[in-house]
Design a protein around this ligand. Structure first.
Ligand code: UD1
Length: 318
């Protein structure tokens, strides 16, 4: 049986991958410093995983965590464009320095493959849609630069040391357990929880910006596929992970209004610094080389996510 290490295991995506691995009977080790992760996210699986509370900037802890590991899913990050605009140094430490630590330790421990949570933000505002992996990157925010730098580190470790790496460029992942409480939280987590509470959400800009929102189950599947794809097709490569359809924020608000039964309206605020206007993925390479096809579409994903937050709200009131 293989041993998997998940960095950022207490995060929304890391904890979801952990559940996916446990469901297929694999052994899971996890590391998290709880900078953005939550104990609640791993509360029900903590007895079944080897959990270590540690920071990836602590190289000794990372060496320890990599010992005996077959595959790594590197999800730990400070995942926010606006936060990186306010604190580029902090973003660089968490999103780049931590990655290099992990790669050095993974190489020393002879880990078979590292699958990395890269970001669609690497494309920036390149005018061409959909975004294809062969397009030259054009990052805008410090966050996007950091995520792209880590991608290059991944590929470099494959080329220089033969450590197999696969970069998955996530396109706006959403779903149950995404933290809605910070001003830096993803827009869907924010909108859904605000609307369920009867509060008015805010659209930054005119709401015509569009995203290829991706439901978490699709993301988990892409990771499991990336770990097992033949090295000749996946090692040292970069792949988009998305739904392959885009929706703008005005349409998204209308759809949520219908699903939630929200009676209020949305308000509009100023554009957000570092924002990308449109985002849509070309999935042909991911389909061809990883065998990935998104199974849950945007609307179904929204319904499941609304249901989950509704359940959380009810449980909190009970
Ligand atoms: C970006 C990346 C995404 C990455 C994420 C990490 C792009 C295209 N996407 O997401 O791959 O995973 O960073 O955080 O670069 N908004 C509102 N009201 C709100 C909150 C947000 O209108 O209350 C708007 C934002 O201005 C933006 C859109 O919603 O236009 C999406 O924002 P957000 O969910 O924060 O993600 P991105 O910055 O697109």
């Amino acid at each position: 049986m293989a041993l998997y290490l998940i960095t950022g295991i207490a995060g929304f995506i890391g904890s979801s991958i952990a559940r996916g691995l446990l469901a297929q009977g694999d052994d899971v080790r996890g590391i998290d410093n709880f900078s953005t992760g939550k104990r609640d996210n791993i509360a029900e699986i903590i007895g079944r995983i080897d959990f270590r509370e540690a920071d990836l900037l602590n190289l000794n802890a990372v060496h320890d965590a990599c010992r005996g590991v077959d595959y790594i899913f590197h999800e730990a990050a400070i995942p926010s464009v606006p936060k990186s605009v306010l604190d580029p140094l902090g973003s660089n430490q968490a999103n780049v320095d931590a990655t290099v630590h992990l790669l050095v330790a993974a190489k020393n421990a002879k880990v078979r493959r590292v699958v990395y949570a890269a970001s669609s933000s690497a494309y920036g505002d390149t005018p061409t849609l959909p975004k294809h992996e062969a397009m030259p990157p054009n990052p805008i925010s410090p966050y996007a630069v950091a995520k792209l730098a880590s991608e290059y580190y991944m590929t470099s470790f494959y080329r220089c040391y033969g450590l197999e790496t696969v970069c998955l460029r996530y396109f706006n992942i959403f779903g149950p357990r995404q933290d809605p409480t910070s001003q830096y939280s993803g827009v869907l987590a924010r909108f859904i929880t605000q609307m369920l509470a009867g509060d008015q959400p805010t659209i930054f800009g005119d709401g015509t910006q569009s995203r290829d929102f991706t439901y978490i189950d699709n993301t988990v599947e892409a990771n499991l596929l990336a770990a097992k794809a033949p090295a000749s097709q996946a090692a040292g490569q970069v792949f988009n992970v998305a739904t392959g359809a885009r929706v703008d924020l005005n349409e998204t608000f209308q759809l949520l209004k219908k699903i939630i039964g929200f009676k209020g309206d949305v308000k509009y605020g100023p554009d957000r610094a570092g924002d990308v206007k449109h985002s849509l993925a070309d999935l042909s390479r991911t389909e061809k080389y990883l065998g990935y096809k998104p199974k849950v579409n945007f609307e179904e994903g929204l319904r499941r996510t609304v249901e989950w937050y509704r359940g959380q709200q009810k449980a909190a009131k009970a």
